[in-house]
Design a protein around this ligand. Structure first.
Ligand code: ZN
Length: 584
């Protein structure tokens, strides 16, 4: 490709609202342009990157026998109502009506649609297993789109679905996908960690997330360097606080006035002076239409995903102040669970108490009367109506749950893939069954497997860039190398560049020939910004000696290489860097 014919609108200034590296560089280097919040136009360079990521995904899907489909993005509401997710997806789902007034939506994921095909078409265990996938546009109405293509409302996903006869079959399909994902990320130049994760609205038993460590990510990962234990902080366990949990003096519960106290910190200050680790934090949630209470230690944070797991709720949100007032008779700031009855007929359905609180006494909690607290709370005695559960967020420095030696590290990470063992949740909801060898109808056992295509590209930029621009992994770079004639007006230079451009093309190398009449400094700067993995520069002086400059994007110094050897050198370097498809 000739740069004079390629649309690459680079920017000198960093766009004001861009903070993370991938957002800044993909805008500045002319890969992306925004259309609206969380909606981007992909310019030619980015489209080439996306095509290469997709090619790697297709090769690895083919290697495990997955078959490519292409399903609609526009769905009738009925099928989402059948699975129960029309409500579950809430405001995240883009909804619309057709001209007949029928409810429709834009697909966020495709479990329902693939399962419906399986239901209508698969009849016998002999047709299993099946692994189906597509590369498709998805829509999610994100509350706060940001960080360029990292958090968007329209994106491309490879989503795959496995259909098996039984659990061992699902285990094998899941393992095939897991390995394929590892190869995809490795080939795309991403270092990642595979973590235990919360299944969220997907349901099912087990799930693994693939996370890239970067401050641009919005997930927190807990990780033990000693044994390799890693989990999303939503699910991450620990052996509890590093400083042993400790209550105050045991005794009967007693109310005391706390006018104006609204927070844990207020109660920690004089005149009360109750340290956070001696307080109980009481939180009220709305869970599938009923109220539940969660109690954690004052210095801990509630992990909502863990409360969702403990309560089994499909939809969970903090209760509104009016709902809390109606149920407990007090406002947030003076809430507690002591003396609160829980059950089907009560205002509070269930009470969950963090398991690290077991055995503590002398604790302080709200009295459910504005301006009053209780002291002398004994968790075993006064919160006996509660269920012990893992509710707290694991923190850095706490002891690893799997090994004796390790301490947990907590860092920011970006999710690039997520795979789920769904089991029979969707096949039962939608009635997808086959006849087994005994002639009995049984629900198909399913898995689902997603990869964010743009996220892979953006994660690669987060991991591979410097002050001058992007440093693409060779496998997904939009072109293999920049070819820079440094004096475009010099006939010998221009001619040598043309000849080399042809020779490189004939050798299967994608060169971006910068044939613009620009100063060498401008060409070097733009080439660094765009970030192709290698660069060949042709200057008048070295050309007279039959040589050209060769440089990898990350190298400090260029190397002079005889013109006659440059094509084979480029081919070798690119091959080593994984630039070429494994299937040719
Ligand atoms: Zn460990």
């Amino acid at each position: 490709m000739r740069q004079s014919k390629l649309f690459v609108p680079t920017l000198k200034e960093t766009p004001a609202d861009a903070t993370v590296a991938s957002h800044v560089l993909l805008l500045r280097a002319g890969y992306l342009r925004p259309l609206a919040a969380g909606i981007y136009s992909y310019l030619p360079l980015f489209q080439r990157v996306i095509r290469k990521v997709e090619r790697i995904i297709r090769e690895e899907m083919a290697a495990i026998g997955a078959q490519e489909f292409f399903l609609p993005a526009l769905h009738p509401a009925e099928i989402w109502k059948e699975s129960g997710r029309w409500e579950v997806m809430g405001d995240n789902m883009f909804r619309l009506k057709d001209r007949g007034g029928r409810d429709m939506c834009l697909g966020m994921t495709h479990e329902e649609i693939f399962t419906a095909i399986a239901r209508d078409e698969l009849r016998s265990y002999r047709q299993l297993p099946q692994v189906w996938y597509q590369i498709q546009t998805k829509f999610r109405d994100e509350a706060r789109p940001k960080s360029g293509v990292l958090r968007v409302r329209q994106f491309t996903m490879k989503d795959a679905y496995s259909f098996d006869l039984d659990q061992p079959g699902l285990d094998k399909s899941f393992e095939d996908e897991r390995r394929a994902y590892c190869r995809i990320f490795e080939r795309c130049g991403l270092s990642y960690v595979a973590v235990d994760a919360h299944s969220g609205a997907m349901g099912g038993s087990a799930s693994t997330e693939f996370m890239v460590r970067t401050d641009a990510g919005e997930d927190d990962v807990v990780h033990c360097a000693s044994c390799g234990y890693a989990a999303n902080v939503e699910r991450g366990e620990s052996r509890g606080p590093s400083s042993a949990a400790k209550g105050g003096v045991a005794g009967p519960t007693k109310a005391f006035p706390t006018p104006g106290v609204k927070t844990i910190e207020d109660l920690a200050r004089p005149p009360h002076g109750k340290p956070p680790e001696q307080q109980l934090k009481t939180l009220v949630y709305w869970a599938d239409g009923a109220l539940v209470i969660a109690v954690v230690r004052g210095d801990d944070e509630l992990n909502e995903a863990k409360l969702q797991t403990a309560s089994g709720a499909q939809v969970l949100r903090p209760a509104h102040p009016e709902e809390i007032q109606a149920a407990l008779g007090a406002r947030p700031g003076s809430l507690g669970a002591v003396g609160v009855r829980a059950g089907e007929q009560e205002k509070i359905r269930r009470i969950f108490v963090d398991r690290t609180l077991a055995g503590l006494s002398g604790m302080v909690t709200g009295a459910n009367e504005d301006g009053f607290h209780l002291e002398g709370v004994d968790v075993a005695r006064d919160l006996a109506q509660g269920t012990l559960a893992d509710l707290r967020k694991a923190r850095a420095g706490e002891r690893c749950p799997r090994c004796e030696a390790g301490a947990l590290d907590v860092y920011k990470a970006l999710e690039v893939g997520h795979i789920f063992k769904l089991g029979t949740k969707y096949s039962e909801a939608l009635g997808a069954q086959v006849l087994d060898a005994q002639g009995k109808e049984i629900p198909i056992v399913m898995g689902s497997y997603g990869i964010g295509v743009e996220r892979i590209a953006a994660a690669a930029v987060e991991l591979h860039h410097d002050a001058d621009g992007i440093r693409w992994p060779a496998s997904i770079a939009p072109f293999h190398l920049s070819l820079l004639p440094l004096q475009q007006q010099d006939a010998a230079v221009a001619q040598a560049a043309e000849k080399l451009y042809e020779d490189l093309g004939a050798a299967g190398i994608e060169a971006l020939l910068d044939d613009r009449d620009e100063r060498p400094g401008v060409k070097f700067k733009d080439a660094d910004l765009v970030g192709l993995p290698f660069r060949i520069a042709i200057g008048k002086k070295s050309l007279a000696e039959g040589k050209v400059e060769w440089k990898a994007r990350g190298d400090a110094q260029a190397e002079l290489v005889p013109l006659a050897e440059i094509v084979s050198k480029a081919k070798q370097a690119l091959g080593k860097a994984g630039a070429f498809s494994i299937v040719g």
